[in-house]
Each structure stands twice: as C-alpha cells, then as structure tokens.
Design a binder for this molecule. Sequence first.
Ligand code: HDE
Length: 663
Amino acid sequence: MVKNKKDEQLEQFRVDDRNQKMTTNQGVKVSEDEFSLKAGLRGPTLLEDFHFREKMTHFDHERIPERVVHARGFAAHGEFELYESMERYTKASFLCDTSIKTPVFVRFSTVVGSRGSAETVRDVRGFATKFYTQEGNYDLVGNNIPVFFIQDAIKFPDLVHAIKPEPHNEIPQASSAHDTFWDFLVNNQEASHMVMWLMSDRAIPRSFRMMEGFGVHSFRFVNEQGVAHFVKFHWKPLLGAHSLVWDEAQKISGKDPDFHRRDLYDAIEKGDFAEYELGVQILAEEDEFTFDFDVLDATKIWPEEDVPVKLIGKMTLNRNVDNVFAETEQVAFHAGNVVPGIDFTNDPLLQGRLFSYTDTQLIRLGGPNFHELPINRPVCPFNNNQRDGYGRMTINKGPVSYHKNSLADNTPATSSAEEGGFEHYQEKIEGRKIRNRSDSFRDHFSQATLFWNSMSDAEKTHITDAFIFEVGKVKSQSVKQQVVDTIANINVDLAKVIADSIGTKPPTGNGSDVTKASPALSQENMVKKPNTRKVGVIASRAGDMNELQNTVQELKEAMLNVEIISDKLGSIGELPIDHTFLTTDPVLFDAIFVASMSEDKKFKKESDRYVMEAFNHFKAIGASSSATAILVGKEGSPGVVNSGEGTAFVDAVTAHRHWTREV
Ligand code: HDE
C-alpha cells in the first residue's frame, strides 16, 4: 500500500526481481550464470563473454566512498504531523497547516566509526531528518547532543582528524579514547562543554527510539510579515531518553554490533513505531543579547528553564527501507536545505556547514545529479536550467537552458515571495572583514559546569568513570595532566578524582563558581515507559507450562517484548523458544525473568550468568516462586523482584535501571 506522496514517488523506482527472467543490463536474456565462456572445457575464458564482463565490472564498482563522518548509519521512513499552526513565527507551510502530513526520512548514525563499525560505541549520534514538504525539501541535520565541539567550521577538519583513528596505525576504531582526541581538547578548550556530554550517558543510547535530537544551531523562523525569531529545534522521544551502561555497551559491540539498527528495524516491523515530538525554543530578535552566552555560539544551550521548549508536532517512523544502499546510503542531507519560513543565522559553525554538505556529496555520490536519486527527490515539481553531468536521469526537452530568455517565455520563471519564492532574510550586517571571534564566544566552561551540576549522582559517577576510562588510555603523561587541569575549570573535585585514578598530579586551578543547574538535562528526570522493553524469560522444559504461559501473557499485556531463552531451541508447550543461552546474551535484554529452573548443572550455570550480568548492569530481575533460589544473595536489592509481588516486576523494568543497587 502506498502511504504518502514520497512513497508514491519511490514506488515508480521499485523493482521486484522475483519471478522475472534474468537479463543483462541491456535486457538480453541470460542462458547461463554458473560458468564463464571458455575456449574448450578446460580452456581460458573468452573476452567476448559480455555477461561475465558486465557482471564483474558492476561488482567491481559496487562500493562508493563512505561518509567522511557519520559513515555508520541506519534510516527509516515516516511522517510528521503538526499539532498547532506556527504561522505567528514561520510561513513554512508544513508548520502552519495542521492538515498536512509531511513525509520524512530519518537517518541515525554514529560519527567517528567507519561504515562497518559497532553501533554501541561511545560517540555522538547523528539524527538527520529530511522533510519532503510541498515547498521543497527541508533537512534538519542534527545530533543527539545539543552542542558541538567547536565554534567555527574552519576547525572541523582538525577535530575530525583528532578523533578518528590515529593515522600512523589506524587505531582505535570508533573511539575517542586516544591521545590525539584529548590533545585536541586541551588545546581547543571550546570543546569542554561537548566533552562533558560525550563522557555522559547520552553518548551510549539504549536505542535510537530513546534518544533526543537537536538542531544545535540557532536558526531563524520568518513569518509572512517578514518578522524573524531565533529558533532552536529539539526532538523529544515519546519513550524518553535512556542509556546503556558502559560495560554493557562495550560487550554489545561484540555480541551484536548491529544492536541499534536491529532494535529500530525490529520495532518498526512489529508495528512499534518510533515517535518523537518536535520542540522549538523561540527567542525574539530583540532578546538576542539577554544571556550570558552568545546565541550564535554552537557550544551553548539555551537552558529549557529559561527558554521553554514548545512541542509543536509529532514524527512517527513507520516504515523500513526496501534497500539500504539505494535509500540510506544514497540519501544526501544538507544543513542548507531550507524552505521559505526557515532561515540561517550567522553562527560560524552553521555558515561553514552550508558549504560542506554539497561538496561532500559530489565526491561521495559522484557528480552533481544526486538530487535526482529517488530518495533525494523533492515531492514537489523542480525545474531549472541546470543540465548534464554524470548520471543525469532527467530528459530536459527543448533548446532553452538559460535565464533570461524569450524562446521559452522566460521560463522556468522565478517566483516572488508572495508566490512562494525563497527570499533570504534581510538581516542588517555591518563590520570589517576579520579573522577572529567575538569576545562573547570566549567562555568555554560555565555551561560545562551547568551540565555537571544538573546530573544525578549516578550520572556523575558514569561521567567520572568515562573520563578515567578514556584519559586513562592516553599514553602521553603531559596530555593527561593537561586534561586534568582543563577539567578543573569545570569542577575541581571531578578533576581531583580523575587525577587520582590516572596517575597525574592533582589539578592546579580553583574550579568554577557556577552553581546553576538545569534539571531538564538529566535523563533521570525523563519519562519512563515499559513499552517495547525487552525481557529475556529463562524457562526450562521441565517447568510448569501454565505458569510460563501466564507470565508471558502478563508481561506482554504490560507492553513488554518477551523472548524465551532455554538450553535448546524448540518449544515449551505452545511457546516457541527464541534463543539458547548461547545464541543470545544478557546484555541484549532490558531485564531477565527466570520462570523455571532445571536440575541440569549447565542450565543452572548459564541462568546464574544471565542473572548476574543483568544484576551488574542494574537491570530488573525477577523470578517465579519455583525459581527464587536464583535470587539468593540479591533479595531486597532495588529492582530484584519475586513473583507474587503484583506488578512489581513490570514497574522495575519501567524504571529502566536501578542505580542505587550495590554491585
Ligand atoms: Fe555534519 N557533516 N558537519 N554536523 N553531519 C556530515 O555530510 C560538517 C555538524 C551531521 O545521515 C557530512 O553527507 C561540518 C553539526 C549529521 O547522512 C559533512 C561541520 C551537526 C550528518 C559534514 C559539521 C552535524 C553529518 C559527511 C562543522 C549537528 C550525517 C557526510 C561546521 C547539528 C547525515 C555528509 C547523514 C554529515 C560536515 C558539524 C550533523 C562532511 C563541516 C554541528 C547528522 O558534509
């Protein structure tokens, strides 16, 4: 069933090869696809074998360059619906008319790792959305962290060189835990705020479905009257934002490097669509200078307590792609793709991005016609005088390909603003050409401290441990010392604990006097729901079948996803066993419930391993009355539940993690 205008467009390009005859790319039917054409049964292969040549040539050229950053990604289709008209602020029609459902395509990604790297590494996540609006494509190319490492785009190549694997040995893959990244931080301290986020739980999300998204820069909304407001964009997941535990994340990298894409793909296939609300923080132009930071500085947030986030619509990701290469790999996002009503600011990071995205697609997608690829095409008409180039698909008719002309009545014609033409916001600019930055960009630590102050105790522990892990891996004693001294500007006690663990001198410096906190920054304060949480139910064939059936039923009714684990595949009564102890792992579940035990020694050992690992990762653990022996030594610990305690197990799963548990 075709779902929306974008889907209708894609449908024209879909091909189902099933039940078709095999042909060459010229349409000639192929008679033999097992053996190349040879001169004699044991003779050399002949050059005239056009089928062999074509098949091999195409294969030889199957790969394209991976994205220079955000190479590892996964995407899905969906729709955006508006709650209320934003016409007071913007004339973008998809944000004014609540009857419009806008098709969207969203690609999530890690930043540093190469295309085949693991997904649960410590990293920023890309959250790029293409809105196929009736006025053209609007791309909100954001991240899951609201600030960035640098303030000026000219530093981006340096940042990426520093964080990618070191060039002399290409180690480590998909990780910031190495000398050059930390050397970059201490010599470019504008990264301090972002590094606090990177060391926090935000950098190891539980799921793409449980992750916030941010446009990062200040953009502009412009309304019909030409009045502009600054705006920051947010995506708020309906399931709340939640994270893995670092030890767990590292183990998942080995057990299931596809953990995040599998989670999203499976959820969509099951009908558990990923949902996010679009939020905007809006600031009048005359309030530009009311903060102790510069609104053009991408290393700063606008605290939600100071500028509330207004939720204006909902995005639902409801369809997996048909072909990852054709759609996810070939999609070309660009921070510069805007529609009338949305405009840029002078944020020097944003300004540089406006150049980089088209430039990178030219090498990655091989020429200037990538906008014609099915996934990139707008759903509204597009006509201009651009012509030719590699891979051109459009057949432009007629002799005229220039403006102005009389032979085609001066068409394609430009449009006035009233007719929907994009007119850039007429911001007044004055100044000298200068290579420098404003003094208002020079405070690199206050918001890093604000972030630290806003964390719960558990989150602070995780950040501390992450610093010790990462900086502890740095080989240069000098860089380690400089990191400790830099952190002291954020919080001196944090710096002291790190110093003590990584063998440096205690920090010099007096710390920060910022006492402000922003509760909205802590994931502990986010909504928590049981929906789609994955429970591994351990069951033995020898156990009570009815009890198992009832348990599974109850958990499913509470919206949890249940998978049964036993020593062998097969079924228990009517219930199929999903995994053996070996084909899955406790790190791949949100909670473990032991429904029944077996006398078998190996079964017991494996069950103990599952329960212990879940316990160490602060997950909910439950056991039926016949299996409580497995909980010995853990009873009374937060999130450890005996059956017979009503909905306690479901509540324990809903709580996400039980950080006060002593492990
Ligand atoms: Fe990107 N970024 N970026 N970036 N970025 C790319 O474009 C760049 C920045 C983001 O799923 C590249 O098509 C510069 C901030 C996402 O396809 C490249 C600067 C934010 C994605 C590029 C930044 C982002 C990219 C590489 C500093 C959050 C993946 C491949 C001025 C607001 C999109 C590509 C996808 C990808 C350049 C900083 C988000 C090279 C120069 C800040 C989500 O063009």
